[in-house]
Design a protein around this ligand. Sequence first.
Ligand code: SF4
Length: 267
Amino acid sequence: VNTMASRPKSKRDYLSFSALSLYATCPLRYYFRYVACLSEETISASLVFGAALHAGVELHFRELLAGNAAPSLDALLYEFQMAWKSRSVPEVQFPAGENLDTFRRLAERMFRAFQASDFARPSGTIIGVEEELRGPISTGLPDLLARVDLLIDADDALVVTDFKTSRCRWSQDHVIEASRQLLLYHELAGQLGNGKPVKLEFAVLTKAKMPELVLHDVPADVDQLQRTKRIAERVWRAIESRHFYPSPSPLNCTACPYRRACLAWSG
Ligand code: SF4
């Protein structure tokens, strides 16, 4: 950790939205993950849960893409459990009173809500599931690498959907706050649409006693897109200049997998 100055610059020749967000959250955490490539010491149960839930939803759409029937609830739960087991970090931090069984029961309720939703039966043709798109978004920036959860060729638009799990329903402010990710994806998806407009949406499934899935349209706001690009350029410049420093806060640090490395960091 102390040899940061002597390490080579990050070899990544692309940007991802999650990397940009991580830098904005805590530059040192970005460094540990993407430059020093430290192994994570722990992982929060909610992160493992989100990824495993995602795996079940991905399986659903992959089967539809292949022309097969939608998988059963049992198949989704099996996929969930396999994804949970195959996580790369062994030590999972559970919140007080929670364990794998409570998370599994939550997954079952959420998959039921997902299967009952219109989102699970999209109109139009599925043309991509977890589709990787890569391309330039601004001069002076490396390519953006995007992993699009679902791409649908509908009658009037190419629909780009990002699937999220959330503790509670998203407000409109939350949608706008999160929209930067999809606005950047809009830039890449626009090249696939054969002239069709690109429609952006979030599919948000709540982690509740009675989960619900709500679709939120994201307006392709040109001003917001330009602002997002300027933010990405500034963040990239800071990364290239190796501005890595801790940004401690209870919100950032409680679930940080690099707390020990951070305490040992001396600049
Ligand atoms: S413990 Fe906090 S300050 Fe340190 S790297 Fe993690 S998030 Fe950043």
